[in-house]
Write a protein that binds this ligand. Structure first.
Ligand code: SF4
Ligand code: SF4
Length: 240
């Protein structure tokens, strides 16, 4: 049995900024409308998002016998100006650091667990919500109260039970909608479950595999990625 306080203490010790723990089960459609998004074709040419759908929603299919999803947050420096290169690409590749910290955490806990960082089919943002670390903003990213959406995520999917599981916090978006208004391409849904139409998002065309930009889309001055919807968010301005 994992002690949740100890897990969180060790997560901070190996370098993460926050940690929460969720019970491993299946995400509901209204928590993560993946099937609805795929039906609309909003994944564009990201065919891989249509594979392993059940596994993306249920980490027990990724790790047989999984009982706990240990979600870890690593904050990165907010950008100081818009345009050019998106913030996430201005710092060194986060995958290396996140994986190193996940392996270190697993070693210190002495448990069987699968480290996940981007390359594994798991709904990382949605598990972070379950683990009480933030909520899904209308721009579809995780919003944390402390660092806004300027965060990277990593998870350990463990077969160990935990003595306490965190619960989601209420969304802080209310009727804000500033990210929706800031998108020059109307790529974000103004109501209903937050969803992004990748076919209208310039970040999709410039990262990670550049594709020809369709006529009529506005890059807002970005050549790699796009942070316009994140810059508009009051929770990101708080972290500047
Ligand atoms: S990243 Fe840019 S183009 Fe994509 S949804 Fe946000 S503001 Fe719109
Ligand atoms: S800009 Fe407003 S609606 Fe968008 S994620 Fe931030 S708080 Fe939510």
């Amino acid at each position: 049995m994992l002690n949740s306080d100890e897990v969180k203490r060790l997560a901070l010790e190996v370098g993460f900024d926050a940690c929460g723990i969720a019970r491993a089960d299946c995400l509901a459609d209204d928590e993560y409308p993946l099937r609805h998004w795929l039906e609309r074709g909003w994944n564009a040419e990201m065919g891989y998002m249509g594979r392993n759908v059940d596994m993306r929603l249920d980490p027990r299919l990724l790790v047989p016998g999984a009982r706990s999803v240990i979600c870890c947050v690593s904050a990165y420096p907010p950008p100081t100006d818009t345009g050019g290169t998106a913030a996430f690409a201005q710092t060194r590749d986060y995958h290396t650091d996140i994986k190193r910290m996940l392996f270190a955490l697993r070693d210190r806990l002495g448990i069987e667990a699968k480290p996940c960082c981007d390359t594994v089919p798991i709904a990382d943002k949605h598990w972070a919500v379950r683990a009480g670390l933030g909520w899904i903003g209308r721009h579809t990213l995780l919003v944390t109260p402390q660092w806004g959406s300027w965060v990277n995520l990593g998870e350990l999917v463990a077969t160990e039970e935990c003595d306490h599981y965190d619960t989601p916090m209420p969304s802080g978006c209310d009727d804000c909608g500033q990210c929706v208004a800031a998108c020059p391409n109307q790529a974000l849904t103004p109501d209903g479950p937050p969803m992004l139409d990748a076919r209208r998002c310039t970040s999709y065309y410039t990262t990670p595999r550049p594709r020809p930009l369709p006529d009529g889309l506005d890059t807002g001055g970005y050549t790699y990625g796009c942070d316009l919807c994140q810059f508009a968010c009051p929770f990101n301005r708080l972290s500047l």
